[in-house]
Write a protein that binds this ligand. Structure first.
Ligand SMILES: Cc1cc2nc3c(=O)[nH]c(=O)nc-3n(C[C@H](O)[C@H](O)[C@H](O)COP(=O)(O)OP(=O)(O)OC[C@H]3O[C@@H](n4cnc5c(N)ncnc54)[C@H](O)[C@@H]3O)c2cc1C
Length: 603
């Protein structure tokens, strides 16, 4: 138990910095009290995995008492500290105060909405386990709402996610949401195609991952875009409403906005009455103490500190917190051993590298001047995070969960906790819910036959809405339920546009009937290798070289109508049309390959 003759060290915060400080003091002749308003330590780098249902909250959290139970000189208090009285050495708690000999402030940071606190309830951020489970609920409820939403525009808004902030958290969230929608849950829903979910990542700056080298940000952007995430750079959000987001004069309807744009230090720093930086962090000296108070250390995300060797600011990352916390603990231990305060070594930050995950088996890593991406970066990221997790139980559970998710593409923590009311504007009728999606009924039998008879050679162009650069090249389509599926659309410009803007028009022209059909839909660009065997088999059967199929574009048909355009008039009389049909059917019956008279897809 405590001995009043030993110096009393109070550590506020059981995060990375606070725990590192407590551990550094474990063998010292001091009485340590770790005070936290929560009873658990949270491994924040994996919060986004809880928010996206890959891990359960308990997998990334550990009770602070358990973490420190072997430290005989340490006790843990569950309390919220409301202020510090530097002059009197007092730590203020709601019902009184305690006296410290040494104080280590490690209370972390919270979200910053840059003066728009009214955005907080609409665009929640990710900092605690409560935030993560709230985000998880919102993500999962969005799909539930879309499943029963009868109004098309509202359905699209429910299936549109905006993430504000292109730093590591924004990048990781965007990739994970796209992965859930595209790979984990499509087969769980009957009336929506979750693969058509739009995920838009807004970044005010000119590149993603600003703390990393430009090449790393570019790599992350490329990988995200390949997954179908729309990345909007130089896009400062100017307004957020429950029904959408404003980027300058543009309004994008969406029901789900998540905030990953800014942080500000714990308000505890303000109670010190000492200089703070713009993010509310306490400006500390070379030994991480408050000027004039060598007994008060501020560490982790609360501190504006510089590394003594380089003079560079210490980044607000876990390693920064751990190294500062350890330094503060060791410095106090040195004081207690009788070392002079006048000869304290200044704090030096050792950069151990930075990483961010993009998706399954995709990450980017920067170790000093060396950077790389893809699977090796992902493996390294996974290894380091497993090692860094607190407790053997969590390390084992997270490893097993990741293996399971990796093998089965699953995210089993998809529980909607709390209020599960759906946000629906116009419910679908019960009749509809038991029947098929409406797109099927909007397509006439004639239109569907047009697509099914693709062997006759239809010209199809796929163009993102509003973009004038129609691909002049035709391609053939295969029909699958409510989707038109194209392989290898030839124009790279069209592919790039499709990734940015998935709302498309598809023109299918039947040269024999002299009719054109225009389908409006939402396109997903899928890499080859995704489970679209039917489409791949179709193209292979048609003589396409399988390895030449690099991308498959799937268009979910939302509406369709005949095009009345002279551009599609092939100048044939009715008799000629009939004769051509007869000729083609005869060729098909005879098993001949039919010349593709009207396309230029060249597959
Ligand atoms: C979503 C997310 C992802 C991240 N990803 C990465 C990553 O991949 N890599 C990386 O290196 N860093 C990452 N970080 C940053 C990293 O987690 C932080 O830099 C680190 O947690 C800072 O440690 P800390 O000890 O200063 O604060 P925290 O870990 O935030 O701990 C602060 C503690 O103080 C307690 N507290 C706060 N106020 C009070 C009070 N008034 N009274 C009592 N207790 C209080 C809190 O409950 C908390 O336990 C991420 C952060 C977030 C939010």
């Amino acid at each position: 138990m405590t001995s009043p003759s030993r110096p009393r060290v109070y550590i506020v915060g059981g995060g990375f910095a606070g725990l590192a400080a407590a551990k550094a003091l474990a063998a010292s002749a001091v009485e340590v009290t770790v005070v936290d308003r929560r009873n658990h330590h949270v491994f924040q780098p994996l919060l986004y995995q809880v928010a996206t249902a890959a891990l359960a909250p308990s997998d990334i959290a550990s009770p602070i008492r358990t973490v420190l139970r072997r430290h005989k000189n340490t006790q843990v208090a569950l309390a919220e500290i409301t202020g510090v009285d530097l002059a009197q050495h007092r730590l203020i708690v709601p019902d009184g105060h305690v006296i410290y000999d040494y104080l280590i402030l490690a209370a972390g940071a919270t979200h910053a909405y840059f003066g728009h606190d009214d955005w907080a309830p609409i665009a929640p951020g990710l900092k605690s386990l409560e935030d993560a489970t709230a985000l998880r609920r919102r993500i999962l409820l969005a799909f539930e709402s879309a499943e029963y939403e009868g109004d098309e525009e509202a359905r699209r808004a429910a299936l549109t996610f905006g993430i504000v902030g292109g730093g590591p958290t924004g990048v990781e969230l965007a990739g994970a949401i796209k992965e859930i929608a595209g790979q984990t849950i499509p087969r769980d829903y009957r009336h929506i195609d979750t693969r058509t979910t739009r995920v838009i990542l807004f970044e005010a700056g000119e590149r993603l991952l600003p703390p990393f080298a430009p090449a790393v940000g570019a790599r992350a952007q490329r990988d995200l875009e390949r997954m179908g995430v729309e990345v909007r750079l130089n896009s400062a959000v100017t307004g957020i409403r429950p029904d959408g987001i404003h980027i300058a004069s543009q309004f994008i309807p969406m029901r789900n906005v998540f905030w990953a744009a800014g942080v500000q230090a714990s308000s505890l720093g303000r109670s010190l009455g000492v200089p703070l930086d713009r993010a509310g962090r306490v400006i500390v000296g070379p030994d991480l103490t408050v000027p004039g108070h060598p007994e008060v250390f501020v560490v982790g995300d609360m501190a504006a500190a510089r590394s003594a060797d380089s003079g560079k600011p210490v980044p607000g990352v876990a390693q920064g917190g751990i190294q500062m916390g350890r330094y503060a603990g060791e410095t106090i231990a040195g004081d207690v051993r009788g070392q002079s305060r006048a000869v304290r070594q200044p704090f030096v930050y050792r950069d151990r590298g930075s990483m961010a995950v993009i998706g399954k088996a995709k990450a980017v890593a920067q170790l000093g001047r060396w950077h790389f991406g893809g699977f090796p970066a992902w493996l390294l990221w996974g290894g380091i995070h497993i090692i860094s997790l607190v407790g053997y139980r969590n390390r084992m559970l997270v490893s097993l969960n990741w293996l399971w998710n990796w093998l089965l593409n699953s995210r089993d923590a998809r529980l909607i906790a709390g209020d599960a009311r759906l946000d629906i504007q116009e419910p679908r009728s019960a009749e509809f819910i038991v029947a098929d999606p409406p797109a099927r009924f909007m397509l006439t039998a004639d239109m569907k036959r047009v697509v099914e008879e693709q062997r006759l050679g239809f010209v199809a162009t796929v163009c993102p809405d509003g973009t004038p650069n129609l691909s002049p090249k035709g391609t053939t389509a295969v029909w699958d339920d409510n989707h038109l599926i194209f392989a290898n659309i030839r124009s790279p410009g069209t592919m790039a546009n499709l990734r940015r803007n998935p709302h498309v028009e598809v023109n299918v022209v039947d040269p024999f009937l002299r009719k054109g059909y225009r389908f409006k839909g939402v396109a997903s660009v899928l890499e080859s290798g995704t489970p679209y065997e039917r489409a791949l088999d179709f193209y292979k059967a048609r003589g396409s070289r399988a390895n030449a199929i690099r991308e498959i574009v799937m268009v979910r048909v939302e509406s369709a109508h005949a095009i009345d355009s002279p551009a599609y008039d092939f100048g044939l009389t009715d008799d000629q049309v009939r004769a051509r049909w007869e000729e083609h059917f005869a060729s098909l019956r005879a098993g001949k390959t039919v010349a593709n008279t009207a396309t230029s897809d060249g597959q």
